[in-house]
Design a protein around this ligand. Structure first.
Ligand code: ADP
Ligand code: MG
Length: 468
C-alpha cells in the first residue's frame, strides 16, 4: 500500500481531531455515525462535516451510507494517526521509502532528528485471508466485519513486546524502539531476507559459510524453545542475513509458548522449513545424530512477556485469529484499500537515507496542545458514553467491550497437564540439536579428519551455543 505522507504535512489540528474522533468511535462501531463523530470531535460551528470531506478526499476515512450515514478509518488514516503520535513523541522525524512488504504488513524507513535510519512496520491484518481466520469465520458470525484495526494493533503490541524481550535475552532481533497503534518502530537491519517474494532483483543464492549459517539458525530455533517459545513462522522469509552473514530473526506476531496445544506441530514445522530450504537452496543434506544429550532449559521467557505490556489475554485474543503459517508464495490482497496496490520493495538496495520526507506537522510545534486536544476529545467521548482507552495502555479495558462479544472459552492454553508435551518438546529440541550436530560432522569432513568423538563434538557445540 502506498503511504503518501505528503498530505500529513498539510493536515490541520482539526483534521486530526476529527480523525481521532472517528478512531474513538470505532471502538464501539464498525461504521461510526456522522453525528457521533461530530459529537466526539466537538468542533464549533458544525465544522466536522467540512473536515470529514477533506479526510475523505485524502482517503483517510471511508464513507459508508448503506445503513446510515457513517465513517470508518482506512488503514491510511490509522497510519497517519500512528505516525503523528510517534513524530510528536520524537521517535522519528521523517518517513522514507518502503523497504519491505510482508504478508500482512508494510515496512518503511524512518529517520530520527539526528539522521539515524530506523524501520517502521505497519501491521495490516486482514490484507491476506488467513486460513486460520477463514476457519474461524463462524466464530465471527455475529460480527460481519471484524475490526481489523484492533487486531493489527494487538499484533503490533505483541511484536513489540516479543522483540523487546528477545533482544534483552540476547537473541539477534531488531532493537525494539517504540510502538503505537498498529505500528512498531525498530532498528533497521542492514541485510536481506534469505528469501523474498518481492525482491525481484535480489536473491541470496550463495553464502560463504552455509553450514555455519544453517547451524546458527537451527541453534536459534532450539534456543527459542529452551526459552519456552516457538516462532511459528520460522523460515527463510523471516531470517535476514547481512554481508558478514550475521543472522537476524524478524516477525513475531504469531509466536506461541511451548505450552501451546499445537506447540509440537509448530516446532516441527519451523525446523522442517529450515532443513528444506537449506537442502534445496544450498544443497545441504544432514544426518541425524541420535546421541542423547542433557537438555538445558533457559527458563520461560513467555512468562516474562506479560510485564512488557502484552498480556496473556491479548495473546489469547490474537491467537484466535493468527495461527502461525508459512508466508504465502503470492500474498494476494483482500483489503479494499490495498488491493492491487502492493509495492515491491525499492529496487535500489544501496541507498538508505534518500528521499526522506520530513514531517513538519501543521500542529506539531505545540506538542502539549496535542495532548490537551486528545483530552478534550476524550471528555466529549465521555459525554457520549463511549469508553476511552489510550493507545498502548495495556491495563486499560477499552477492548473488553469488543472482546466481550467473543467467545473466550479457549481454556486449553493454561499450561496445565502439559508434562507430556514438555517431554515431547524436549525430544524435538534434541532432534534439532542432533541434526545440527550431524550436519556439522558432514560439513567438517573435508576440512579435517576428526570424526568428532562425543567430547570434541560437545566442545564445538558448546562454542556454537555461546555464539548464539
Ligand atoms: P510480515 O509479518 O508481514 O511477514 P516482516 O516482519 O516479515 O512482515 O517484514 C517483511 C519484510 O520487511 C522482510 O522480509 C524484510 O525484507 C523487511 N523488514 C522487516 N523488518 C525489517 C527491519 N527491521 N529492517 C529492514 N528490513 C526489514
Ligand atoms: Mg514475514
Amino acid at each position: 500500500m502506498k503511504l503518501d505522507v505528503d498530505a500529513l504535512r498539510y493536515l490541520s489540528k482539526d483534521d486530526f481531531r476529527v480523525l481521532t474522533a472517528v478512531e474513538m468511535g470505532m471502538r464501539n462501531h464498525e461504521i461510526v455515525p456522522a453525528e457521533l463523530v461530530e459529537r466526539i470531535a466537538g468542533l464549533r460551528h458544525g465544522g466536522t462535516y467540512k473536515v470529514l470531506r477533506n479526510l475523505l478526499k485524502h482517503k483517510l476515512v471511508h464513507h459508508d451510507s448503506s445503513k446510515y450515514d457513517g465513517f470508518r478509518l482506512t488503514y491510511l488514516g490509522y497510519d497517519f494517526l500512528a505516525i503523528k503520535t510517534l513524530v510528536n513523541r520524537g521517535v522519528f522525524a521523517a518517513v522514507g521509502r518502503q523497504i519491505g512488504v510482508g504478508k500482512e504488513s508494510d515496512i518503511f524507513e524512518v529517520a530520527t532528528e539526528d539522521g539515524t535510519v530506523l524501520a517502521i512496520k505497519l501491521h495490516r491484518l486482514g490484507r491476506v485471508s488467513f486460513r486460520a481466520v477463514k476457519s474461524k469465520r463462524d466464530y465471527l458470525v455475529h460480527r460481519s466485519n471484524y475490526n481489523w484495526l484492533y487486531l493489527s494493533r494487538l499484533a503490533a503490541l505483541k511484536e513489540y513486546a516479543f522483540m523487546k524481550a528477545l533482544g534483552e535475552h540476547g537473541f539477534p532481533v531488531p532493537a525494539a524502539v517504540d510502538c503505537n497503534r498498529h505500528s512498531v518502530v525498530m532498528s533497521l537491519v542492514k541485510g536481506y531476507p534469505l528469501e523474498c517474494n518481492h525482491c525481484a532483483v535480489f536473491k541470496i543464492k550463495q553464502l560463504q559459510n552455509p553450514d555455519e549459517v544453517f547451524e546458527t539458525i537451527i541453534g536459534l530455533v532450539v534456543r527459542l524453545a529452551e526459552h519456552g517459545l516457538i516462532h511459528c513462522d520460522f523460515n527463510e522469509f523471516n531470517l535476514m542475513i547481512d554481508d558478514d552473514e550475521k543472522v537476524t530473526m524478524i516477525d513475531f506476531p504469531q509466536m506461541v509458548s511451548v505450552s501451546h496445544r499445537n506447540a509440537k506441530m509448530y516446532f516441527d514445522r519451523d525446523v522442517e522449513c529450515i532443513f528444506k530450504f537449506f537442502s534445496k537452496r544450498f544443497n545441504i543434506s544432514y544426518q541425524e545424530d541420535r546421541d542423547e544429550e542433557d537438555e538445558k532449559s533457559a527458563g520461560f521467557l513467555d512468562k516474562e512477556l506479560a510485564a512488557s505490556g502484552f498480556t496473556k489475554r491479548d495473546q489469547d485474543e490474537i491467537e484466535k485469529f493468527i495461527e502461525g503459517g508459512p508466508e504465502p508464495k503470492d500474498g494476494s490482497s483482500s483489503d479494499d484499500e490495498s488491493s492491487g496496490k502492493e509495492q515491491t520493495a525499492d529496487e535500489d538496495n544501496e541507498t538508505v537515507t534518500t528521499k526522506m520526507v520530513a514531517l513538519q506537522l501543521a500542529d506539531q510545534q505545540v506538542k502539549s496542545s496535542c495532548r490537551n486536544d486528545e483530552e478534550r476529545v476524550e471528555e466529549n467521548l465521555d459525554s457520549c458514553n463511549v469508553k476511552v482507552v489510550r493507545e498502548n495502555e495495556p491495563t486499560a479495558s477499552g477492548e473488553q467491550e469488543d472482546s466481550n462479544d467473543l467467545d473466550n472459552s479457549d481454556d486449553d492454553d493454561d499450561g496445565s497437564g502439559d508434562a507430556e508435551l514438555v517431554k515431547h518438546l524436549n525430544k524435538q529440541r534434541k532432534r534439532a540439536v542432533a541434526a545440527a550436530r550431524g550436519r556439522r560432522a558432514l560439513a567438517s569432513r573435508n576440512s579435517y579428519k576428526d570424526k568428532g568423538g562425543k567430547s570434541s563434538h560437545n566442545s564445538k557445540i558448546q562454542k556454537q551455543v555461546s555464539k548464539w
